[in-house]
Design a protein around this ligand. Structure first.
Ligand code: EPZ
Length: 415
């Protein structure tokens, strides 16, 4: 178990390029198995989750090369339809391979991905969608999906699930006929997946809206694609700079993806200058508390920024209220922030944060990816030194998190 040693008090100033989006690249890598050929994907971040997905593709028979943030996948021959159990357990988002493997081979076997620190994470909407496309699904500890021929269907999602939307899109690409997904997730990562699929010769329209239409095709062809920048990484670095009253320049952003977070940072007193794909942010010495942060499906405030923004509000002037509407257990960072001196009361999905003058460094434990980033951000602002255990959670979603922050003037050591 590795530890970050964070010495608090440095003001963060400087410039960073935002890395490619984890939550865009994972379904895109899964989609490569639909093409019996070569896919080249650029701007792929060096993350543990990416390494896990590449390992799964290799175990399925693909040949994979990864160099300088570019991945080449040759999926000409797929020799297995079974997603290795150990790898599913390491990364539940491998579940998005159900749709693409089903679309390629007509059969897929996977372990039930199970929950994680932030919630139960059911996959009922995924399975319902695949069933409506004609898959026979058996759940006997394992998930066995089979279909001689997938047929287009009209699918109404009870909830705009990101993963379910992606799984249905992937299975529908080579299904016979047209598929309509209603109440689809609108996250930018869905739009990037649509871009990638269409660059392979698929026929997908509507991503980013509530209705996505897919017309089945027989064959796909080789392609290359550049992954969109990671809006949550951008938000996390903005939060880190804001926590220290700093100044930050971010390159390679898509401002449309950042509005919910930028607007909240403005409410807290940060000033922005945005030019094309570059953003400059200047934070005040002490942030103001924002009234309410409600996490919602895109384009609402992203649940993946809730923990990082909460770290900011711990020392803000005033009281802020958080309502976590997406996951039922996404306040694991709260008791760790309280250990650092934060004044936070949680009641169900609501957390009330009363800003205190300062936090004190101590030993804290990260339980999940974004909660871990939140504790590092709190450590940057705290008096003294904070030891953050569970850095492996952070490495799943952030490329060189500590060294990137050190480039902005932080004092972080990985022990
Ligand atoms: C994706 O997870 C992201 N992961 C998550 O990011 C993100 O928090 C989430 O979308 C919401 O934006 C990836 O893209 C790899 P959902 P996903 O299906 O697809 C319920 C991170 O930190 N639900 O939209 O699992 C579910 O329980 C990760 O990068 C069902 O009930 O999210 C949850 O309450 C964390 N049945 C809600 O929907 C289902 O079949 C949102 O889940 C599926 C989901």
């Amino acid at each position: 178990m590795s530890i970050y040693r964070v010495v608090g008090g440095n003001k963060l100033e400087g410039e960073l390029k935002v890395e490619g989006s984890k939550n865009a690249v994972l379904p895109i890598l899964a989609a490569t198995v639909l093409n019996e050929g070569i896919s080249i994907i650029e701007n792929v971040p060096a993350l543990k989750d990416v390494a896990t997905m590449l390992q799964i593709l290799k175990e399925l028979g693909c040949s994979v090369e990864y160099r300088d943030n570019t991945v080449q996948v040759d999926a000409t021959c797929i020799s297995s339809s079974e997603i290795p159990e150990t790898l599913v357990r390491q990364m539940r988002s491998s579940i998005v391979l159900l749709g693409s493997l089903l679309g390629r081979t007509g059969k897929v076997i996977s372990t039930y991905p199970g929950g994680c620190a932030i919630g139960v994470r059911p996959i009922d909407l995924h399975l319902k969608g695949l069933k409506m496309l004609g898959a026979n699904i058996e759940l006997m500890g394992h998930i066995v999906c089979e279909s001689s021929e997938l047929k287009g269907a009209e699918i109404q999602l009870d909830y705009p699930s990101v993963g379910a939307t992606e799984n249905i899109m992937l299975a529908a690409v080579k299904a016979r006929g047209t598929t309509i997904i209603r109440n689809a997730a609108r996250e930018p990562e869905i739009g990037d997946l649509q871009e990638f699929l269409n660059s392979m010769g698929a026929k997908v329209w509507g991503a980013g809206g509530q209705i996505i239409r897919i017309e089945g095709v027989d064959k796909l062809h080789n392609t290359s694609h550049r992954v969109i920048p990671d809006r949550i990484i951008a938000g996390t670095y903005m939060a880190a700079a804001a926590a220290t009253g700093g100044r930050l320049k971010l390159n390679d952003i898509i401002i449309d993806h950042l509005h919910p977070v930028v607007d909240k940072l403005k409410e807290a007193g940060c000033v922005f200058e945005i030019r094309g794909d570059t953003l400059k942010m200047t934070a005040p010495k002490r942030l103001m508390a924002v009234d309410t942060v409600r996490t919602l499906p895109y384009p609402g405030f992203p649940t993946d920024m809730q923990a990082q923004f909460m770290a900011l509000m711990c020392c803000a002037r005033g009281t802020s209220i958080f309502i976590e509407n997406i996951f039922e257990n996404r306040y694991r960072h709260v008791d760790q922030l309280v250990k650092m001196g934060a004044d936070i009361k949680v009641d169900g999905r609501t957390a009330v944060i009363r800003g205190v003058k300062e936090l004190r460094g101590t030993l804290v434990n990260a339980e999940d990816l974004r909660g871990g980033a939140s504790l590092v951000i709190a450590g940057l602002a705290a008096k003294g030194t904070t030891l953050v255990e569970g850095v492996e959670h952070i490495d799943r979603g952030y490329q060189d998190f500590g060294s990137q922050l050190n480039r902005l003037g932080a004092d972080i050591q990985k022990l």
